[in-house]
Design a protein around this ligand. Structure first.
Ligand code: FAD
Length: 306
């Protein structure tokens, strides 16, 4: 059942689109679809996302490539169709310095000047990241190159639970500092279900003198099994309380949806109460839970104003 359409109707019925922006803004991340059907669904969902007035929509870059034939056309098409701010993810993977520079010039020509600069992950089944010939080895090198070109607003990734390949937490934090010092203005966090860790990471950033916008990443759990797989790959942990909540719950059931909605709403409300004014939503091209989060933030605003 696709509930996205009815959620949008509720949003319209509430007259919400005429209201001022809520104090917590969302950026929403989508990925280039692989099939015609998936593309159709994505475009339907994008309409709903745009109605929720995101701060920007970001388009990922598939593992193992810089996205010239995937990220670029989708990012440009979204911007042309909706006239919303779009950020393109750009990785060091599989592209020489010259190819990356040429792609950046194409983004600039298309009016896309927000870049999420990443090292990237190796393609599925390949162990370890191997920098391309005459390419960049780490995200910091890419950030430096983009800063040298000028005219782009750069975000980078950060890891409240530490990147799995980092030699130590301090090294990883220092790596973030180097990325910010190289010209990035925003650190977007890997998702982390342990909100206390996100708050401790914010404190650690302040102690380390990292001055930039810190945006927690929010992962709605459309499928707990899928999130377990993702988490193994990216180093995010699944807390015992979360595993217990989903224990024995059928994927796709109403109960699964209720638990997922409760988990994400508690996290988003707590982060809002802790003073975060921007969150990054890993939508995975799905609309139901992202639109639910939009509702929650709006309701939070009403309740804090009361
Ligand atoms: P880096 O900042 O370069 O760090 C990678 C690792 O190297 C870290 O462990 C760091 O501590 C270590 N390191 C840094 N410098 C050195 C050094 N000199 N010597 C030794 N170790 C060092 N992946 C994609 O493929 N496409 C995407 O679109 C994408 N989007 C993402 C968006 C967000 C918000 C996030 C959080 C992640 C995203 N990723 C994406 C995943 C990301 O590419 C991986 O997590 C990748 O493994 C690391 O990327 P990074 O930019 O953090 O790398």
């Amino acid at each position: 059942m696709n509930t996205g359409g009815s959620a949008a109707r509720r949003v319209r019925a509430a007259g919400w689109l005429d209201e001022p922006l809520p104090p917590v803004r969302l950026s929403i991340e989508v990925f280039p679809p692989k099939t015609k059907e998936a593309a159709e669904r994505l475009w339907q969902n994008l309409e709903l996302f745009v109605e929720a007035r995101p701060r920007f929509l970001s388009v990922t870059c598939g593992a193992g490539g810089i996205g010239a034939t995937t990220t670029y056309p989708l990012a440009v098409a979204i911007q042309e169709r909706f006239r919303v701010p779009v950020a393109a993810h750009l990785t060091c993977a599989a592209g020489s310095r010259a190819e990356i520079r040429a792609l950046l010039e194409r983004y600039r020509a298309a009016g896309i000047t927000r870049i999420v600069a990443l090292r990237g992950d190796p393609p599925k089944g390949v162990a370890g990241f191997v920098p391309p010939a005459d390419g960049y080895a780490y995200a910091v090198d890419l950030v430096r190159a983009i800063s040298e070109l000028g005219g782009f607003e750069v975000s980078v990734a950060c890891y409240p639970e530490v990147h799995p390949e980092a030699p130590s937490p301090d090294f990883d934090l220092d790596n973030l500092k180097r990325k910010i010092d190289a010209g990035a203005v925003r650190a977007i966090a890997q998702y982390c279900f342990d909100t206390d860790r996100i708050l401790r990471f914010r404190d650690a950033m302040v102690r380390a003198g990292i001055r930039c916008e810190f945006v927690p990443g929010i992962m709605p759990i459309h499928s707990f099994q899928q999130i377990k797989r993702f988490s193994q790959a990216c180093g995010a942990s699944i807390p015992a309380w979360l595993a217990e909540l989903f224990e024995g719950v059928a994927e796709g059931s109403a109960l699964h949806g209720m638990i997922a909605a409760t988990v994400v709403s508690e996290q988003v409300r707590r982060l809002a109460a802790e003073g975060f004014r921007a969150l990054h939503l890993y939508a995975l091209n799905r609309a139901e839970l992202p639109l639910f989060i939009v509702q929650i933030l709006r309701a939070s605003r009403v309740s804090t104003a009361d």
